[in-house]
Design a protein around this ligand. Structure first.
Ligand code: PEP
Ligand code: MG
Length: 590
């Protein structure tokens, strides 16, 4: 009897395989008291285990850097930093000596203290750290008592990994050739698991409630990273249906390869730029390979999120210039740090906010931390000496922020000139439109910005008052809401009137169902997950602007998002049936 679970699709594709359950239930280690003369032996064991863990982390770090890039490797550098911290390890030794307990018990107790400290803060930022703490504990215990071998070692045949949660170490330590996909019960689209899955290019679903209890090792599983469906013990019919999808998808992806060298333009010759949204510099390669027009959004804060410290100017400069080099002369839009809210910083973590999405996030955080902001801008500007770079400020809600940010930028430019360091003096400076305030006032902002990029991920949550990370209100989160469509239309118009280019970089831009609508609303530049570029190019090349405009006019005449999405599905089936296929058009994620 098949069981279907629904989660959040965070990495596309479909896979069918046997389940490998990564058991994350932590075994409780009993308190074992040792003889008076054995404490020295226990401290020795602890010292060896700590050293072995550090050594192992150094190797994993180097491997992650090679395979996934520097930012991914920094997660493990963070673990190394924790392990090197005497505040964590000294109490372990003291406990052995004072309480005469076995090393593994001392380790378990001290990690628990650290995890409790993070958990007690109650901020989502800390939950990520708690995962890191358990991950590190597991590693040290493995070196102490062998049987705590990380479950993944048992993974010897290709399988779909199912876990309550997947820590960064586990995700990055998965043998690539053996993992067909991930399913986790916790997490959201911005979790580490999602980042790794996308970087690895395998399907993944997170937030699938009940999977870790309901699914057993060895079960056959269908994992649909496009719709978020997870089907255990699928019927023969379901398997056949999904095999059909996989065959179709493979054939379709193959047919798209030829598009890389063709221009992204409509049948009637209108050019629509397709750019990539990236978190790590290495992803620029995919944009280039897929024939993209550049990087429309580089989420620079991921440098910070995968590090235990503020990235130094040099570290930032290295990552940004690496991205510029990889982009082969295509333009790279570096968005300044969008920290805060669900993207934590060390500083903020000590003082959690009650309402972080309405708090000191993004440009507000940067303007309140000028030293850090200046180091960041220096690195960005220095990278601009290596190729075409644009700078974009996020979460602008009033014109003073934009002016202040520009003034800081000018200051930094002066400093660089004084220091004799090269940078592009004519670097373009634009802003994201991701708050209702910015969208409504776009005409006046247009006088002060070189370009707009509409960030629907945030715009939708602020317009509709729906937290984008809360699965309980996920059904209310829709970019098809008439209020959102009207805002997009108005921003595009404001840009046109003032000759300010407008791009869109929210997730909706990568949904083929919405492509004609967005083009019909006047958008000529879409920035999307790099792997989506060929799919969008196919849509662009299959339609003419007249029909997109007609479609947009009708879509904007409805007063509910349901009507809009039903209409988009209907039109997609009629106008671009080979592109969206029955399946994507049925996807109810957006
Ligand atoms: C957005 O808000 O639409 C956006 C692209 O930025 P992020 O998803 O990083 O907030
Ligand atoms: Mg945003």
């Amino acid at each position: 009897m098949e069981d279907t679970y629904k989660g959040i699709p965070v990495s596309p594709g479909v896979t069918i395989g046997r389940v490998f359950v990564l058991d994350d239930v932590r075994t409780r280690i009993p308190r074992r008291v040792v003889g008076e003369h054995s404490t020295e032996r226990e401290t020795g064991r602890l010292r060896d285990a700590l050293e072995a863990s550090q050594l192992e982390l150094t190797e994993i770090c180097a491997q992650a850097e090679k395979e996934l890039g520097m930012e991914a490797a920094k997660i493990f550098a963070f673990h190394q930093g924790m392990l090197a911290d005497k505040h964590l390890t000294e109490p372990m030794f003291k406990r052995i000596e004072g309480e005469r307990v076995a090393a593994e018990y001392a380790v378990q107790e001290q990690f628990r203290v650290l995890a409790d400290m993070f958990a007690s803060k109650g901020d989502s930022a800390f939950r990520t750290k708690v995962d890191d703490v358990w991950d590190l504990e597991r590693r040290v215990l493995k070196h102490l008592i062998g049987e705590h071998v990380m479950g993944i070692a048992r993974l010897t045949e290709a399988a779909v990994v199912v876990a309550r949660d997947l820590t960064p170490s586990q995700a990055a330590g998965l043998p690539r050739d053996k993992v067909l996909g991930f399913v986790t019960e916790t997490g959201g689209p911005t979790s580490h698991t999602a980042i790794f899955a996308r970087a690895l290019g395998i399907p993944a679903v997170v937030g699938a409630e009940g999977v870790s209890d309901g699914i057993e090792e060895g079960d056959l599983l269908v994992l649909d990273g496009d719709t978020g469906a997870v089907i255990a013990d699928p019927s023969d019919e379901t398997i056949e249906q999904y095999r059909g999808y996989i065959r179709e998808e493979e054939a379709y992806a193959l047919s798209l390869e030829d598009l890389a060298d063709l221009p992204s333009e409509t049948k009637d010759g209108v050019r629509v730029k397709l750019l990539g949204n990236i978190e790590f510099p290495e992803e620029a390669d995919v944009v280039v390979r897929n024939g993209g027009d550049g990087i429309g959004l580089y989420r620079t804060e991921y440098l910070w999120l995968t590090s235990d410290h503020e990235p130094t100017e040099e570290e930032q400069y290295e990552a940004f210039s690496d991205c510029v080099h990889r982009s082969n002369g295509l333009s790279v839009t570096l968005r300044t740090y969008d920290l805060g809210a669900d993207k934590y910083t060390q500083e903020r973590a000590l003082n959690p906010e009650r309402n972080p999405f309405l708090g000191c996030r993004s440009i507000r955080y940067c303007l309140q931390n000028l030293g850090m902001f200046k180091r960041h801008l220096r690195a960005i500007l220095r990278a601009s000496a290596h190729g075409p770079v644009k700078i974009m400020f996020p979460l602008i809600t009033n014109v003073m922020e934009l002016r202040q940010a520009r003034m800081v930028l000018l200051d930094v430019m002066e400093d660089l000139s004084e220091d004799g360091l090269a940078y592009d003096k004519d670097v373009e400076v634009g802003m994201m439109v991701e708050t209702p305030a910015a969208a409504i006032m776009a005409t006046s902002y247009a006088r002060e910005t070189a370009f707009f990029s509409i960030g629907t991920n945030d715009l939708v949550q602020y317009v509709l008052a729906v937290d984008r990370t809360n699965e309980r209100v996920a059904s209310l989160y829709s970019p098809a809401h008439p209020a959102v469509l009207r805002m997009i239309k108005d921003v595009v118009r404001a840009g046109r009137r003032r000759e300010v280019p407008v791009s869109i970089c929210g997730e909706v831009a990568g949904e083929t169902l919405y492509t004609m609508l967005l083009m019909g609303l006047g958008l000529r530049s879409l920035s999307v997950t790099p792997s989506r570029i060929p799919y969008l190019k196919r849509v662009v090349r299959s339609v003419d602007i007249g029909s997109c405009e007609r479609l947009a006019r009708t879509a904007c005449s409805f007063d509910s998002e349901r009507q809009v999405t039903a209409y988009l599905r209907d039109q997609a089936r009629k106008i671009i049936p080979d592109v969206v296929g029955g399946r994507s058009a049925e996807s109810d994620w957006f």
